[in-house]
Design a protein around this ligand. Structure first.
Ligand code: BYC
Length: 311
C-alpha cells in the first residue's frame, strides 16, 4: 500500500483527524466537498424562510433575536465555505453550482413560512433536527469540518431554545395563538423528519461515509433519536405531533412512527417543492446585487496587499 493511503487508514482507524495537507483518497475529498458545500448552501438558503419575518416580528425583542439568528446562519455558511476551501475548491465555483441548480441544499428550506409561528416551528423542529444530525459531525474525521461544527452546534442550541420558547409562548397564549402554533407544527413535522435523508436501505452514500467516519450514525438512527426527543417536548409544549401512528414501543425502547412520504421528498429534491423556484431566484438576485460589495472588498484587499502600488 502507498505510504499516504496507509497513513490515512491508520488515522481513520485511530479516530484521529485528517488535515488539509494530509494525503486523502480522491473519493474522500469529493464526498467531503459535496457534503460540506450542500451544508453551506443550506445555511445561506435557510436564511430566507425566517428572514422574511424580520420586518414583521411582533416585538422589538423578538426582532432582535431573529436578526441575530439569521445572521448566525450567514456565519455558519461562511465557516462551512471556508472548510470546503481547505479541500482545494473555490467558493465562487461552489456558489455557481448552487445558483445553476447543480448542487443541492436541504429539502426543508423549500417550504413556506406563512405565519409567525413558523419561526418557532423552524427553531424547535428544524434546528432541533439539525443539532441531532450535526452534533456527531463534531467528531467527523476531517478536522476543519469537525471544528466548524463545534461552534455551529453551540449556536444551533440557542436557535432551538428560542424556537421552543416562542412556541411555548404561543401555545399558552390565546386560542388563536395556540391554533397557529399547532398548525405550524403540523406543517413542519414531516419535512423535518425528511431532513435526515432517505431511509438507510435507500441511502447510497451512508455506508462509505460511515466507514470513513465522516458520518457517525445512519440517517434512520438519527431520525429515530430526533422523534424520541420530540415526543416529550411536544407534550411539554401542549402541542401534538401530526402522526396517528406514534406509539411507544416497549421492546425497542423507542417511539414507533408512521410512514414518511418519500415521493414528496424526491419531488422537493427534483425542484418541485412549494418554494424551490422562489428560494433560488432570490439567492441569485442577492448574489448579483452583492457584486459591488465583493468588488469593493477585493479592491481593498489588493490595496492592503500593495497590489498596483507600483503602477
Ligand atoms: N435535502 O446517501 P444519502 C441547517 C441527498 S441546514 C436535500 O443519505 P448522505 C439549518 C444527499 O445529499 C441543514 N438533499 O446522502 C440552516 C444525496 O445527494 P447527492 C443541512 C438530501 O450525504 C438554517 C442523496 O440525497 N444539514 O442546519 O450520506 C436554519 C442521497 O442521500 C437530503 C446538513 O447538510 C435533504 N434533506 O446523507 C436552520 C448536514 N437528504 O449528493 C437550520 C450535513 C439527503 O448524491 N449533511 N439528500 O446528489 C449530512 O449529514 C448528510 O449529507 C445528509 C445526507 C444526512 C443530509
Amino acid at each position: 500500500m502507498e505510504p499516504g493511503r496507509e497513513r490515512f487508514e491508520r488515522t481513520i482507524a485511530a479516530d484521529e483527524r485528517i488535515e488539509p495537507r494530509d494525503w486523502m483518497p480522491d473519493a474522500y475529498r469529493a464526498t467531503l466537498v459535496r457534503q460540506i458545500a450542500q451544508h453551506a448552501h443550506s445555511e445561506i438558503i435557510g436564511m430566507q424562510p425566517e428572514g422574511s419575518w424580520i420586518t414583521r416580528a411582533p416585538s422589538l425583542r423578538r426582532k432582535a433575536i431573529l436578526i441575530a439568528k439569521v445572521q448566525d446562519e450567514a456565519g455558519h455558511g461562511l465557516y462551512l465555505y471556508g472548510a470546503a476551501e481547505t479541500l482545494g475548491v473555490d467558493r465562487d465555483e461552489l456558489l455557481d453550482k448552487l445558483h445553476s441548480g447543480r448542487h443541492k441544499y436541504s429539502s426543508i428550506f423549500n417550504y413556506p413560512t406563512p405565519t409567525w409561528a413558523d419561526v418557532g416551528a423552524i427553531g424547535w423542529l428544524v434546528d432541533g433536527a439539525a443539532i441531532t444530525n450535526q452534533v456527531p459531525l463534531c467528531r467527523c474525521s476531517y478536522g476543519p469540518y469537525a471544528r466548524a461544527m463545534v461552534r455551529i452546534c453551540k449556536e444551533e442550541s440557542f436557535h432551538q431554545r428560542q424556537g421552543y420558547e416562542l412556541l411555548l409562548t404561543l401555545s399558552r397564549g390565546t386560542p388563536e395563538q395556540h391554533a397557529m402554533a399547532q398548525d405550524a407544527v403540523d406543517r413542519w413535522w414531516w419535512p423535518s423528519l425528511m431532513m435526515f435523508g432517505p431511509p438507510d436501505d435507500a441511502s447510497p452514500r451512508s455506508a462509505r461515509s460511515m466507514a470513513w467516519k465522516i458520518k457517525r450514525h445512519s440517517n434512520d438512527e438519527l431520525r429515530q433519536r430526533f422523534v424520541d426527543i420530540c415526543v416529550d417536548q411536544a407534550a411539554a409544549l401542549g402541542l401534538t405531533l401530526p402522526d396517528p401512528d406514534l406509539r411507544w414501543n416497549e421492546e425497542r425502547g423507542h417511539w414507533d412512527f408512521g410512514a414518511i412520504d418519500w415521493d414528496e421528498f424526491h419531488a422537493v429534491l427534483r425542484g418541485e417543492g412549494p418554494c424551490n423556484e422562489e428560494r433560488l431566484t432570490r439567492r441569485r438576485r442577492a448574489h448579483d446585487e452583492g457584486a459591488w460589495v465583493r468588488e469593493a472588498a477585493a479592491a481593498y484587499a489588493d490595496k492592503r496587499a500593495g497590489v498596483g502600488a507600483a503602477a
